[in-house]
Design a protein around this ligand. Sequence first.
Ligand SMILES: Nc1ncnc2c1ncn2[C@@H]1O[C@H](COP(=O)(O)OP(=O)(O)OP(=O)(O)O)[C@@H](O)[C@H]1O
Length: 263
Amino acid sequence: MLRLDGVRLVHNAGTPTEVVALDHVDLEIPAGQFVTVVGSNGAGKSSLVGVVAGTHRPSRGRVLLDGRDVTRLPDHARAAAVARVFDDPLAGTAPGLSLADNLALAGARGRRRRLLPAVTRGRQAGMRADLAMLGLGLEHRLADPVALLSAGQRQSVTMLMAGLRRPRLLLLDEHLAALDPRTRDRVLDLTLRTHERLGCASLMITHSMRHAIEVGDRLLVMARGRVVYDVAGPEKAALTPAGLVDIIAGLGDAPSDRQLLAG
Ligand SMILES: Nc1ncnc2c1ncn2[C@@H]1O[C@H](COP(=O)(O)OP(=O)(O)OP(=O)(O)O)[C@@H](O)[C@H]1O
């Protein structure tokens, strides 16, 4: 589904602040596979997501989605196929619009029609059913502006909206990082259900060693812009948080305090 061939990404190329964020990245993720990604601060994880989403253009190499070369396509041209959820819970929703309008827009995203679709009674009932699954009481607040929701409620809605777009690829960029433990578990549960329901490929960046090991089918470790460790199945299941920290530390990248704390 997703394929990267020899991807290199250089920030601020040709200037004194030039940084090689990705180098020689070859990666193939089939539809239905859920991949977790860990690595120290600055290892290149967000750069990888940016290259796949189309916000960063590689200096070398190719990005293919379902066999189609999208390397030169901007992010908005990939929006129908790729949904991205950021670590900032306030980033994924339009605060001035109602919850109903945000959900309606999510359903229309990536399609040709740009106008806000009418929210019919039937659609409202569907929205209420989706929101009820979050267990946050949001099914009674369809008319409220999203700005009135808490950060955790907004991130839950953002995850719901990502699924409504029926993407082929879910990019989760530390999307659980800012949430309290209970909301984090709910959003993770919703993430996994969305992945299963869509049968899409998913790439989840995390600083939680436990999530990296316990969630998904395959685990990648990045260091200095490269994928340096790639495990799946029993080998992944046999890892421990402490062992994974040791692997990262052994790569010469000191694990951050955040990783150690996240365990
Ligand atoms: N827009 C940018 N301009 C210049 N350098 C950048 C930019 N974005 C990232 N970098 C640099 O590229 C490298 C990889 O950064 P990236 O954000 O991909 O790492 P990361 O693994 O996601 O880190 P973190 O865990 O801290 O979020 C770092 O050295 C970073 O400073």
